[in-house]
Design a protein around this ligand. Structure first.
Ligand code: G6P
Length: 445
């Protein structure tokens, strides 16, 4: 029977993105009866958690909806009898992200939070924590859904599917919804009239077909994209133009992250210049966060401030709330999520996490059959999946050689020898958050 009172637990509740989620929950209160919202964080995130908790309470009180906000550092107490758990943690905080971006760049490799060496190290820090949360959920709230946005979301979902017993797991990203919104904007129509068949991996997803009011307009959309060369852009990715011939011949809509691979040289040049100015994305975001938290602390503020839109995570709460709403209400609508492939994309392993258009039911996402990926992108998608699988395995086992192999096989990496230098420097820089790893490495020597 459908419950009329839900408990939502947000782990990493002190994130600067949380006000967007609160706004989404308030907006849907008529159909999604979340009555208790628990914001959880770790000790060092405590001041931010309190600021966010107080802002959330002001937002709720202004809206007049019946929603109780709880803040706590006691994760287990929060998880007890939850219906939905979202994880939006950043292990190592923004300081860790700065290292993830800067160290690879100093060796001539692209430094980015979810791709290449940066993505690997974020995964190595994050996956053990998420696996621990999944384990706690087995006893504290075995029926709850775990919706993960923590990056690298694809790698984290892969790890959850392979190394935890929790079967009610979904990975979520704002890129797919962002792509649909961007196309609607270019066409000048309401987003609800546009639907896109999406398939691939997190941050390596493609719009295979686009429909407007049910009519296949894929060719028209590709033509428009090719002519402008702008493609889909996001605040966190340098918007370097595409060659029109490339987009035309590709015949599918790439997500903005493909730029790191296809435009590796231009992107490296751009990132290296940000590096030398001390303005890598993480450093810029740190500045935004300081400003945002100043605003959040203002007792007069009771809305999500528009400055939050400078971040790359636009529409993330739309995606999250739509997903939770559709599971609770068994809406059976189509959303793009990270879920077990189960044959939906024939070029990828049956058991692996893929990002794919799925029907969202109360039993979870049912991935739609997408058949084969287009030839030009099949290879890179498979290679990134290999990177994700090796990285997830390394994170779950703490095995040094597997982790180094994952890095070496990533298309953004340099030679095996350079990879070892980058890897060792990153391991040293993050050692406090990778104890199992260092222990295994020392034992092997
Ligand atoms: C995009 C990605 C997210 C990522 C965000 C970073 O939206 O899809 O996975 O977290 O950008 O944005 P930021 O403002 O932190 O650079």
């Amino acid at each position: 029977m459908k419950k009329d009172s839900l408990k939502l637990v947000v782990i990493g509740g002190g994130s600067s993105y949380t006000p967007e989620l609160i706004e989404g929950v308030i907006k849907r209160h008529k159909t999604l009866p979340i009555k208790d919202l628990w914001l959880v964080d770790v000790e060092e995130g405590s001041p931010k958690l309190e600021t966010i908790g107080n802002l959330a309470r002001r937002m709720v009180s202004k809206s007049g909806v019946g929603l109780k906000i709880h803040t706590t550092l006691d994760r287990e107490a929060a998880l007890k009898d939850a219906d939905f758990v979202t994880t939006q943690i950043r292990v190592g905080r923004l300081e860790g992200r700065i290292l993830d971006e800067r160290i690879p760049l100093s060796y001539g490799m692209i430094g980015q939070e979810t791709n290449g060496a940066g993505g690997l190290f974020l995964g190595l820090r994050t996956i053990p924590v998420i696996l621990e949360i999944a384990k706690e959920m087995e006893t504290l709230c075995p029926e709850a859904w775990l919706v993960n946005f923590s990056n690298p979301a694809g790698m984290v979902t892969e790890a959850l599917l392979r190394y935890s017993n929790n079967r009610k797991v979904i990975g979520l990203c704002n890129v797919p919804i962002g792509m649909t919104m961007a196309i609607a904007k270019v066409l000048g129509v309401e987003p609800s009239r546009v639907r896109m068949d999406q398939a691939g991996l997190n941050h390596m997803v493609f719009g295979l077909k686009t429909y407007l009011d049910g009519k296949d307009i894929s060719e028209r959309v590709i033509r428009i994209m090719a002519e402008s060369g702008d493609g889909i852009s996001m605040n966190n990715i340098p918007p370097i133009k595409w060659a029109p011939e490339f987009i035309r011949a590709l015949g599918t809509i790439p997500c903005p992250y493909l730029r790191y691979y296809v435009k590796k040289d231009e992107m490296f040049k751009e990132l290296a210049s940000e590096f030398s100015r001390g303005e890598t994305r993480a450093e810029v975001v740190k500045g935004y966060e300081t400003e945002l938290f100043k605003q959040y602390a203002d007792p007069e503020l009771a809305i999500k401030p528009p400055e939050l839109e400078k971040r790359g995570g636009a529409y993330y709460s739309e995606a999250a709330c739509d997903l939770i709403d559709s599971i609770h209400n068994d809406r059976r609508d189509i959303q793009t999520v990270n879920t077990r492939n189960r044959g939906a994309i024939v070029d990828l392993p049956y058991e692996s996490a893929v990002e794919v258009s799925s029907v969202i039911t109360r039993e979870g996402p049912m991935p739609l059959s997408m058949g084969e990926l287009p030839l030009p992108v099949k290879g890179i998608v498979q290679q990134i999946k290999t990177f994700e699988r090796l990285s997830a395995q390394a994170a779950a086992t703490g095995d040094y050689d597997t982790a180094l192999l994952a890095l070496t096989m990533n298309p953004l990496s340099g030679s095996d020898i350079v990879c070892k230098s980058v890897f060792d420097e990153m391991l040293k820089a993050h050692r406090a958050l990778l104890p199992a790893f260092l222990r295994n490495h020392t034992e092997k020597k």
